[in-house]
Design a protein around this ligand. Structure first.
Ligand SMILES: CC(C)(COP(=O)(O)OP(=O)(O)OC[C@H]1O[C@@H](n2cnc3c(N)ncnc32)[C@H](O)[C@@H]1OP(=O)(O)O)[C@@H](O)C(=O)NCCC(=O)NCCS
Length: 228
């Protein structure tokens, strides 16, 4: 089954109180989920969660959502799946040591904020596919970045490749309210080990500010959709 992760921009208002902002982001994530379900041939309702928030599969469909200031996302799959989106920004430098090990930063060309959020979203997506929280982060390890990951400075080949994947020609029409971005599958996935299992992770950037990652166990075609 093709994966159809949906990314949706969340209008941002500097003066919005945090609780209201969170409520809005969550609403947009559900909107992304409805669109994703539609694209995936999944039911339009029946998406419920455990008490702690972990998604409960809807029949044969697993699902995951993520939201951050400015962007929300959803994915549905017939195998365990996780999605994470983050806004790329400077954080506390000591977080590098919490999120990755020396070998992982070397694989990603060093400790840059792009590398940080690439690794962070990859690991979060894997944890979410396992319905587990960040307490398990240290069991997750990058063993192979995707083929484009050489270094993570702005304007470098990785960033451009994550931004400029082939796009379906009918999506060029400016009047459409969404565009589809088609990825070849396995060549573009990175590999992570979580406990004893290997996971595949696909990344996508939206502008140079946001990065998204989707994790599954098995290779699958993936078609990202951006909703405006
Ligand atoms: C789940 C978690 C990874 C989410 O990460 P985040 O970057 O803060 O938030 P995101 O926007 O990416 O994802 C939020 C969504 O993840 C989903 N979610 C919540 N818990 C989840 C879990 N255990 N597994 C998978 N998905 C989960 C929810 O749908 C949530 O959205 P909602 O609150 O609008 O329903 C993080 O909050 C976490 O670690 N939670 C668990 C806390 C924990 O470890 N508790 C101890 C019990 S073991």
């Amino acid at each position: 089954m093709t994966l159809y992760p949906v990314l949706i921009e969340v209008p941002h208002d500097e003066n919005e109180p945090p609780l209201q902002r969170m409520k809005k982001q969550r609403g947009y994530a559900r909107r992304a989920l409805r669109r994703c379900a539609e694209l995936s041939g999944a039911p339009s309702n029946g998406w419920s969660q455990q008490k702690g928030g972990a998604p409960i599969p809807n029949g044969k469909f697993y699902w995951s959502i993520s939201h951050t200031r400015g962007l929300a996302a959803a994915v549905v799959a017939m195998q365990p799946v996780g999605i994470d989106v983050e806004r790329i920004r400077e954080r506390r430098v000591d977080l590098f040591d919490e999120v990755g090990r020396g070998e992982e930063w070397s694989l990603l060309g060093g400790r840059t904020w792009f590398a940080f959020f690439y690794l962070w979203t990859a690991k979060e997506a894997v944890l979410k596919a396992n319905s587990l929280g960040i307490g398990h982060l240290d069991q997750c390890r990058l063993i192979e970045p995707d083929r484009n990951a050489r270094s993570f400075n702005k304007g470098d080949p990785l960033v451009s490749s994550l931004l400029n994947h082939p796009t379906r020609s009918d999506a060029q029409d400016q009047r459409r309210s969404e565009s589809a971005m088609v990825d070849a599958f396995s060549p573009c996935a990175s590999k992570l080990v979580f406990y004893d299992a290997t996971w595949l992770v696909w990344h996508r950037m939206m502008t140079t500010d946001f990065i998204a990652a989707v994790a599954t166990r098995n290779p699958t075609p993936i078609e990202w959709t951006r909703v405006f």
